[in-house]
Every structure is written in C-alpha cells, then in structure tokens.
Write a protein that binds this ligand. Sequence first.
Ligand code: KG4
Ligand code: ZN
Length: 339
Amino acid sequence: MLVLGIETSCDETAVGIVEDRLHLRADVVASQVDLHARFGGVVPEVAARAHLEAVLPTVDRALADAGVTLDDLDGIAVTRGPGLAGALLVGVAAAKGLALAGDVPLLGVNHLRAHLEVAQLEHGDLAGLGAPVVALIVSGGHTSIVALEADGTMRELGATLDDAAGEAFDKIARYLGLGFPGGPAIDRAARDGRPDAHAFPRPMLDEPGYDLSLSGLKTAVVRELDRLDAAGTPVHLPDVAASFQEAIVDVQVRRTLRAAADLDAPTVLLAGGVAANSRLRARFETACAAAGVRLVVPAPRLCTDNGAMVAASGANLLAAGDVADLALEVDPSLPLGPP
Ligand code: KG4
Ligand code: ZN
C-alpha cells in the first residue's frame, strides 16, 4: 500500500511517500525559508504563492525518488489543518486533483497527529510503544503534553497558556538578531555559550497540572538585555542563547516527565520542529534514562515539517477506512484529536 502525503500548512512544501504504513520511500522538502527570512517570519500570502509554484514539482520529485508513478499510489493524503488557511488550501486543492486524476482515495490529515505518527516510520506502530505514551508536541504553533492511549485516542493533559515553544525561540532569536528561523539559530549559537550564565525564570515549573507558560521567560530575556545595555555591560550572545534555551528545555523536560510519572507511562515521545533541538534531545535522554522511561524521538528531519509524516498518518487513515471525499475542507484551527 503506497500513500503519498502533501504538507503545505506553513512554510515548507513537502511531499512524502510511505509504503505499508511503516516504510519511508520518499521525503522531499522544498523549503521557503529564504523567501521569508528577509521578512523575519512567515508571510502567509508569500507562503501560499510559493506552495502553488512548488507543490506539483515536489510531487514529481517524490514520485521519482520512490521510483513510482501516480498509477502506483493507493491514496493521496494531505494536511487539512491546523495551519495557514491559504497555504493549506493550495495543498488540499492539489491533493484533490491528484486523487481525482489517479482515481485513488483522498485522506485528510491532522498536522499535529501526523507529527506524532511519523514516529512509526522509525519505531513501528505507536501502539507497540506501550500505553499510555506521554507525548510532547513542540512546534512553531503548538506546545502541548498529550496522553496517547492503547486504542489510539489522544487526550491533551496540558498546553502552553501563551507562546508555543517554537514561537518563543523565533521571537527571541529575532530580538537577538540571530535571524529566521530562530530555533536552529539559537541551537547553534548556544553551543558556544554557558547555560547557567543568566538565571532566567522557569515559569509554572511547580504548579499543579501540566500546562506551560513561556511568555514570562521571553520578557525576562528582553529585560536582562535591556539591563545589560543600560549598565554598558557587553552581551555575550551565546550565553544568552544557551541560558534561554536551557530555561525552555527545563520546563518541557520537567512538565513532561511529571506527566509520565503520574500516568505511569512506559514511553515518552517527542514531536514537532522544536524536538529537533539538540539540547532538548540530550536533556530528555538523560532525564528519561534516570526515570526508567523509554524515549522515542524521530530523526531531526522528521521532527520539522515534512511530507513523510502526512503520508504515514494518511496511511493509518486509509488502513482504518477513514477516507475523505472531494468536499474535504481545510480547517486552520483544527484541534488535536480528530483526524
Ligand atoms: O513543526 P514545525 O516545523 O512547524 C510547525 O508545525 O510549526 O516547527 C517549526 C518550529 C519553528 O519555530 C522553529 O524555529 C523550530 O520549530 N525549530 C527549532 C529547531 N528546529 C526547528 N527550535 C529549536 N531548535 C531547533 N533545532
Ligand atoms: Zn509542524
């Protein structure tokens, strides 16, 4: 069973092909990063237009990489939300056209669920990871801690009350003049810095429940830079980057591991673009080992937006008979849960 997946929810035009739900056959990403970098962030109209130009050539490249043709496909999957409305529309329209032309089922994928389900390409079915799995979804638009039950249902345990982790990385990187996208820039800069150079707050660390809050941390970084500036103290950017990153990572690790302990979860799963962060991965490895919990993290390129995750999630929908029709609509604020 071959499923092609199209991802256009934000700034990557990406197409993946997955065979028999678990095997990656192609994974092509046409990034728009350079287009948006000069604006310092993703411009929705620019993104939609770039998707329009890139989507069919990217489909062709993925088919060529997998050595298959449109006729070989058993399904066309596409992200229907959440994401930017115009960007989503381009992907959904392309997928409808291809499904119609190839006479194959159309599959409407939830981007957040796809971030989690991509793990099946490297680790097998999520059901095989034990239950519940406590998953941390950390991306540009979302930060939540989720319990994945044995029957595939997902329950949100907590979420950020303000900024998503990726959003905080991007905003602080812009403030520090490190460019866009900010997460990878801070990750790189932090390698030469001391994580304990600045004592930034860890908001809500000891509060009950599993919600998170990051805007106070962001404000603290801005205030610290203003203070240093006013005092005429030179700023060592790598120290600021490392200390900020450490505070964000600390919060994610502590809140997620608390949930895993409370639920007696055998496995922690990391997902989303921020899960590509080297410090987050390293700290989770240490913490999970100490807690006797298995850690599952996709390869970095499968953490950031990609087409393979859409193909994998679409293949699950196809296997479950959950097929869409040509009336499929985008939903820019689709919540986690329903496909
Ligand atoms: O999952 P994703 O590619 O797109 C969304 O669904 O939002 O996540 C993008 C976010 C951006 O905020 C980006 O700065 C962040 O993931 N990111 C990182 C790293 N790589 C990407 N954040 C921290 N460290 C990284 N290495
Ligand atoms: Zn994403």
